[in-house]
Design a protein around this ligand. Sequence first.
Ligand code: ADP
Length: 662
Amino acid sequence: MELSEKLSGAAGAELMRLFEHGTTPVFFCDNSGVITFFNEPGREILGRAPDAADRWITKETLYTPGGEPVPVNQHPLARAIAGNKAGPAEEYIIRSADGQARCVLIHTALLKAGSTVTGGYYTLTDITAYKDTTQHSILSAIVESSEDAIVSKNLQGYINSWNKGAEKVFGYSEQEALGKHITMLIPPHLQAEEETIISSIRSGRKIDHFQTRRLHKNGHEIDISLTVSPVKDKFGNITGASKVARDITERIVGEQLRAKNAERILQLNAIGKTLSQSLDVHEILQQVTDLSTSVTGAKFGAFFYNKTDDKGESYMLFTLSGAPREAFEKFGMPRNTAVFHPTFSGQGVIRVDDITQDERYGKNDPHFGMPAGHLPVVSYLAVPVISSSGAVIGGLFFGHPEAGVFKEEHEDLVIGIASQAAIAIDNSKLFEEVRALSLKKDEFIAMATHELKTPLTSMTGYLQMLQLKIADPTQRQFVDKAMNQVRKLNAMITDLFDISKIQAGKLQLNYTTFEFFAFLNEIVESLRTSGMQHEVRVIEHPEFTIQADKLRLEQVISNLLTNAAKYSPDLQPIEVSIALNEDLTVHVRDRGLGMELEHMDNIFNQFYRIETVPRNISGLGLGLFISKEIVERHHGSIWVQSVKGEGSVFSFRIPLAPEQTK
Ligand code: ADP
């Protein structure tokens, strides 16, 4: 095909010559895209000669800058011919037969015969080199503006690039770092890491977000997160490594702080729990002193009460941790000086890195500071312990022979402990007060019962004399009634007396051996003669002997029988039965008031009476408590089964002899 056929006229012939001999690839096409002419540079860029099947040359050759294949009808020349208008230059990627990709600009032009379009041509301008440099400068700009350190090194470990971020993270300028060995950044104890990194890189493996430490120019270690990737040349050979290092010191410090706070909360919780388990002030304070000495890392710790001695000079040492008591006492207690006084007057916490340098220190004679041989206190921490009422109970003091040991976190921790200790001390004081009151009450009951018994005894004597002397039946009835009331009063006072004995732990048992069935009948008989109106049926049983405290056992049985009568206001009959196996069990059944389930355990408690019991049935709520105590002292047990409105069965079981329980 002759060029002159394509472009007519002298100018056309000149242009065709230029295409033929020029360096710009050019392709001529007819309206259907068949290649009608191409020049040598065109063949070169394709890596082949276009063939008959190539329309516009798109298939497996032309791609958009985004890498998408360009469809036949979308070729810029196809569009220009379809639109009868050549468009501006467009960027494409052309892939040659050997697979090499190049960035090109495609310029189109139309060929016309008169106003009829007969075809067109396009030229390719190779802009690959330009694009590479632009890409490179964009990448360089990214690297330079990065906050992260981006460093590359060769396989021998020598640094060959160093960005601004690296200057910031490691402190070295680019000039200082280039050509240096990477190990200058690795702390001595981590030097072995470099070997591992290099061998990973050699085998083409990337190291992702590896958390480690590196050396700053100023000698300090910094926490970094490191990503190392192999660097390859254009033939794919690994020639070195690029390192991206992020300074994560702040993150690590934050994490450490969070972990520390969590640990502190746990410690405080544990301390709170320990403290709440004790009501003994001495124990509480010893624990507080030990725990806080240990959490502060103090060499010695002490709690001093906010009380001074007779002369108003020295504070009272209460508990000590980390040093023998003599170590303190030998030199006298801390004195009411400018150093100690503020803690006790509620002026807050004192934390000093070196107390010997403090202006409050060393002002008092005779020692003007610590006496010779005193525990060597340099770091000093003092925290007041303040009760809920605002009063300063005392102070926690900590010492260490080295300077600057106590930090803000220790101060916070001890403040936390001190406030928990104050609550524990307040509680224990309340407990002590209640205990003291309760002791007073017990003393009073013991004294009152004794005082009450004396006039009652003489009243009983006089009434008995009257019973013998008075013949008139009406008068006799009055005296009998008075006697009955005195007996009741006497029983109540005896109960109170027993209570005070039980509380003092002085309820003694006198074991004797006796026949039980006869003994049981005697009790029933004596209750009858003293006026019990209820019918009491004792179920027959063969005689047997038992070893027990006879008087105390009588007290239990009498109490159960009296209750059965007392709480059966309609004079319903009472039944007593016994069961004998290894133990003796006694059942006292009544058909009286009965009770609901909720009362069945409580009625054996001191002073417990069921509220719904009619008011005219008197009592102190002590009989069952005393019975329970007596039965348990005999190594037995007592219980009740009852239905409200139907009656109750009170039962107790005791061994036949005390040694059976051994
Ligand atoms: P007191 O009889 O002096 O009140 P007790 O300790 O003997 O004291 O009894 C405690 C409470 O148990 C009584 O107040 C009464 O409410 C209840 N109780 C005891 N025995 C019986 C019983 N047999 N039937 C019903 N309630 C009883």
